[in-house]
Design a protein around this ligand. Structure first.
Ligand code: MN
Length: 739
């Protein structure tokens, strides 16, 4: 490719000029321009000679991101500077210190949040998730990091074409997974729609092209219709002296695609393709009443569908969105959505968080109105406090918070509180105070008694009932919905656990003194192994709580003595290979457990992780409390058991003939065809005469997946079932299923 440097320089200056023009409304200090210029020159120099995959100079990218940040998100000087510098630390030799020295700590903090962690992920972790976490952690400190990251992502999506296919798919997936929901949560509607549309373009290009082509083709007809629709409204609004604009807007390509898929209809049958928006200008005090006035003008001409009235002016959406929506019948017999809102509401709807802040500062913070985003940010902040969870788990929690719908409830004093849908009395109690939460027994809601697990409904007035002492327990973690309450319960339990564990530690010390064994680290380790516990705290806790009793510690002593005797012979296998050898040895040995013969005195049971059936190769594993468990030698857990507790393995085989039946599970997958499930069950029960214990099938998008639990006498019988199911038309996969 021929590079025309002169032309590129010209293009860059044009982009820069455009950035300054778009930024102008946000600059208050004459110094601002100077700083932006310094950042621009610094970035241009730092990225000198670097090019994007498309061949363009790299510096185009940060300038474009800064322009999006200010033009489409409404961010000011600090963000523009940070956006210009956002790839400097990641991609050049400059460090964060260099940035801080030149542009101050605030810019450095934001740039740091935008810089990826390099190197490999921690063991078992995911570098991708770690990077998300790093970025999201900064939300607590400065939301601008995430806003600039969204701008960055938007520009990357807009220019994704020049990337290789696999990179495209990865970027697209991340966008769908986190960035689009995040943009939505922060109220950036337009950006969210564009991100989704661009994702669709790379995941289903055919559908994307079809919809955008048909939208273009139908544009003229749509315009004609809207003009006709608007005419009487314009006349009346003018007559009554409103200052307003009317816009019409088509749905995003993604939402049309979703409609087509969900309702199984072609493009032509998606009716509510567009909405008409009436935006008026008026003082803040009369916004709400003006909305309703305009509503009444609209419904004077068009009949509304009352079930589709949406009042987000009395109760704004969780992301700060305010608007009054109604759907009315147009002259052509089609429903038309009409959105009524003030200029301020419109700016919040378009630019989300940043605009939201601007108005908050102006109004000194109207408590009721600010609840949405603020509340979510608090929720996110408390999620951040819990830094113990791994990155993947964190990301999952975070995503849940993005999709939460809200319920609005009241305290006995009439204070409004907002919770995610599904939140319970217990969430509410912990929101009031940790102590109130820990002692919560239930609540009185609208005068009626309800349990802890009661799910809050809009408008509930809640009075918490408490006990004298803490009632918190592990089970509560399943009852609460907010991460805030979950974190509080966890830390409460941790404290409690520590207290119980210290009692347990004293008990152990006493006991070992009685047993005349010196209690040291080595013994502590063996004791943990013996009871199969992960940490010393777990051990002391279980002793303190009485889960591990006196008698059992005695048993450990016997085990210790026995171990000392056999120590020299004992092999502790630690690899899969040794494990296999060990199993081989077991079969040659006489001293084995024969399942089904002379078993009266032996306490044993079938492991439900692998559900062995007569005929399978098996071994026994001595458990602490449940006698001997019989596992398959190819049980998914066997290697771990062998590697960690080789000394607890015993050999086992089936008695030659045993008349009993075994439960086993099969997983099946196939294309969903009418009568298929019927065929499966008929073959199992009628033809093979095997009992089905349970069956569960899930169907989605024409594919079904399911598990069947059957009772068989022998492996041969089981294998026959598998073979017969495999032969059924429509079945794609049949497998033995382990939990
Ligand atoms: Mn970038």
């Amino acid at each position: 490719m021929k590079i025309d440097l002169e032309k590129e320089r010209f293009e860059l200056l044009k982009m820069y000029g455009n950035l300054l023009r778009k930024a102008r409304p946000f600059l208050n200090d004459p110094d601002d321009i100077k700083q932006i210029k310094a950042a621009f020159l610094f970035a241009t120099d730092a990225h000198q000679d670097m090019r994007r995959k498309s061949g363009e100079p790299f510096i185009y990218h940060p300038v474009a991101v800064a322009t999006i940040a200010t033009e489409e998100i409404g961010l000011g000087t600090t963000s523009i500077i940070a956006a210009l510098l956002h790839d400097v630390v990641e991609d050049t030799d400059y460090t964060l210190e260099d940035i801080e020295e030149r542009f101050g700590p605030k810019v450095a903090l934001i740039v740091n949040g935008l810089t990826k962690i390099s190197g490999a992920a921690q063991k078992g972790g995911s570098l991708q998730a770690e990077n998300f976490r790093k970025m999201l952690l900064t939300i607590a400190e400065d939301v601008r990091v995430v806003l600039i990251k969204i701008a960055d992502r938007l520009h990357n999506m807009r220019t994704l074409k020049s990337m290789p296919k696999d990179k495209q798919l990865k970027v697209k997936a991340e966008t769908e997974y986190i960035y689009a929901p995040l943009a939505h949560r922060l109220g950036l509607y337009n950006i969210k729609s564009e991100l989704e549309d661009l994702s669709l373009k790379y995941s289903d290009g055919v559908l994307y092209d079809e919809i955008s082509r048909k939208l273009r083709e139908s544009e003229e007809a749509r315009e004609h219709f809207t003009n006709e629709f608007k005419t009487p409204l314009i006349e009346t609004l003018d007559k009554q002296g409103y200052k307003y604009t009317i816009k019409s807007r088509t749905k995003s390509i993604t939402s049309i695609a979703n409609k087509m898929k969900k309702q199984q209809v072609p493009f032509e049958e998606v009716f509510d393709l567009f909405a008409v928006r009436i935006i008026f200008d008026c003082p803040r005090e009369v916004e709400k009443s003006t909305c309703w006035h305009v509503y009444s003008i609209v419904t004077d001409f068009y009949t509304p569908n009352v079930s589709r009235l949406r009042d987000w002016i009395s109760m704004p959406k969780a992301n700060g969105y305010e608007s009054l929506h109604t759907t009315v019948m147009g002259h052509n017999g089609h429903w038309v959505e009409v959105q009524i809102r003030s200029l301020r509401m419109d700016e919040i709807a378009e630019k989300g968080y940043a605009a939201h802040w601007k108005y908050k500062e102006q109004s000194g913070g109207d408590v009721n109105k600010e609840k949405g985003i603020e509340h979510w940010l608090n929720e996110v902040r408390s999620l951040m406090e819990n830094d113990k969870v791994n990155a993947v788990e964190f990301l999952d929690d975070f995503r849940t918070s993005l999709f939460n719908k809200e319920v609005f409830v009241f305290t006995p004093n009439g204070d409004l509180k907002v919770f995610p849908q599904g939140a319970t009395v217990l969430d509410f109690a912990f929101d009031i105070h940790t102590e109130v939460g820990a002692k919560c027994l239930g609540a009185k809601i609208n005068g009626k008694l309800v349990p802890l697990s009661y799910q809050l409904n809009n408008g509930d007035q809640i009075e918490i009932l408490t006990a004298n002492q803490s009632k918190a327990n592990e089970g509560w973690l399943k009852i609460v919905r907010t991460s805030r309450a979950r974190a509080k319960i966890k830390s409460h339990l941790k404290e409690d656990r520590k207290r119980v564990a210290s009692i347990g530690r004293e008990i152990i010390d006493r006991k070992f003194k009685q047993l005349k064994i010196k209690y040291d680290d080595r013994i502590a380790q063996q004791l943990r192994d013996f009871f199969n516990l992960n940490s010393e705290t777990d051990l002391y806790y279980q002793v303190g709580e009485g889960i591990i009793e006196h008698k059992e510690i005695k048993k450990f002593k016997d085990h210790l003595e026995h171990n000392n005797q056999v120590k020299k012979r004992k092999i502790v296998p630690d690899s899969a290979k040794e494990f296999k050898n060990k199993i081989k040895n077991i079969r040659q040995d006489d001293d084995e457990l024969v399942i089904g013969e002379d078993m009266d005195n032996v306490h044993y049971s079938i492991a439900n992780c692998c559900n062995p059936i007569q005929g399978d190769d098996i071994f026994g594993f001595i458990t602490i409390n449940n006698g001997i468990k019989i596992h398959r030698t190819n049980c998914p857990n066997s290697i771990a058991m062998m590697a960690n507790y080789g000394y607890r393995i015993i050999k086992a085989r089936w008695a030659s003939e045993k008349e009993s039946s075994f439960v086993s599970k099969i997983s099946i997958e196939g294309t969903d065809r009418i009568g298929l499930v019927n065929d499966v069950t008929r073959i199992i029960t009628s033809r093979l005469k095997v009992n089905i214990r349970s069956i569960s099938i899930d169907t989605q998008d024409g594919i079904f997946k399911g598990t069947i639990e059957i009772a068989v006498k022998h492996l041969d019988e089981f294998e026959k079932v598998i073979t017969e199911i495999k032969a059924i038309e429509g079945i794609i996969r049949v497998k033995r299923f382990d939990n």
